[in-house]
Design a protein. Structure first.
Length: 59
């Protein structure tokens, strides 16, 4: 397969893709950001818990 045919086939395939709407992209982005912030807070809380626990166990 030559390079020109590859690009033609790629373009044809991309025309068949069902792209998400702007609202769907924003909704997905919001969900990811909320998940990342929640996970960050959980890891931070666990870090505080274990660091304080280590201070108590190993004076």
């Amino acid at each position: 397969m030559n390079l020109i045919q590859y690009f033609r086939d790629s373009r044809a395939e991309l025309s068949r893709v069902s792209w998400p709407s702007r609202a769907q992209v924003l909704e997905g982005t919001q969900a990811v950001l909320i998940f990342v912030v929640a996970l960050t807070l959980i890891v931070y809380a666990l870090d505080l818990l274990f660091s304080n626990l280590m201070r108590v166990v190993l004076p």
